[in-house]
Design a protein around this ligand. Sequence first.
Ligand SMILES: [Zn+2]
Length: 464
Amino acid sequence: MNLKKFVSSLFVLFLLFGCSQRKDNTQIIQKYNAISKMMVRNALTERTGYKWLKDLLKIGPRLSGSPGNFKAVEWVKNKMKEIGLDSVWLQKCKVPHWVRGNIEEAELLNARGKKIRNLHIADLGGSIGTPPNGLVANVVEVKSFDELKMLGTKAKNKIIFFNEKFDYGEINTFKAYSKAVKKRVYGAIEAAKVGAKAILIRTVGSAYDNKPHTGNMHYAKDIKKIPAAALGAIDSDYLSDVLIHHPDYKIKLKMNCENLPDTISYNVIGEIKGSEFPNQVIVVGGHLDCWDKGVGAHDDGAPALQTLEALDLIKRLDLKPKRTIRCVLFANEENGLNGGKTYGKYADTVKSETHIASIESDRGAFTPRGFSVKSDKNTLEKIKSWLPVLNNALIDWVKPGGSGADVGQIKKVKASIGYVPDAQRYMDLHHSDNDTFDKVHPREMELGTAAIAILSYIISQEGL
Ligand SMILES: [Zn+2]
């Protein structure tokens, strides 16, 4: 064969291969189109997960080590048994045990110590309390760690007020959050280094109200531990204004939160055993714990229950997955990630099974947008090719990106996937008193359930 002929036959082969791949994909789309529409219709009609959510949230907050956390573990375990999953079990893990206590007060005082008014605060998770009678100090406002360092000795014995605003102009609210959250996580360490007595941070959230967001904070070895709390957005602006005119005003902080010895909690796990390849596992999950402000409706009650309802939805439609679909509701995502780490270690070392995909739902339960995928290019392209089916649940895109804190702990997996709903309202709510049942819309939540069920079911049938 001469070179010209060789090249043209290669071209024909290439076209044939392309056509057959397209044909394959058309068949796959046809195969799952009707099923996916049934899933969407059933989820929207039955609202099963939404009803579960109402019930689960009656327990109250579910912070690691709290009575609510233990009740929630029992609730989920019973629900998994009730819906008839093939196996249900608990996976034990050690968790921190921080309690807020019942005193969480901030008073603005004038220079003579007379009370002007109360300020709305929320202790940061992991913070130590103040002395029993509280602490009083002058306040210094800064916008950044750089400004803090420039204060030098002026920071000594003061309450440092980190007043960096949430970037309202950033369209990606998670990006704005990750920028603003640094002062919450590391503020107490940086302020203690320059001799501060305590810190107040402008709440890390997008709502303009006086319901401050809590969240995890760190201390560092060999650096003094100082109390840390978040201040409401409205009060932050008020305080900033007051300090311009009255830099000699003080704040009295009184907090009785404390760190108790570590305790235990559990990942709650249930699965539908695969009919042909039971040792190939698709994990779907979210975290069961939540902060103790609000009741963790969007973070992460509804999203976690979407992943559980995905299994129920598959059962309701009498579908039989070829590969195992396993729901893991993780312990302790908020203040330690010990549930995710424990499961990840198990998944990466267990000899009898292979994890092919993991899907996390931990970004609220708003209208579906997409799936963010960490995998090799071919796997990503394969998942992308199912977009016309996923679109039945309003999924518009499949893109490379991060998955989630918990499933991200499973390292030996072909595809680590994050379910991505709309994120414009999430940062108004999470970790605050705003995160309650009335903020969850049944249609938005159930569309997410359907999206997760469709993707996990197709993976279970087609593999990756
Ligand atoms: Zn979360």
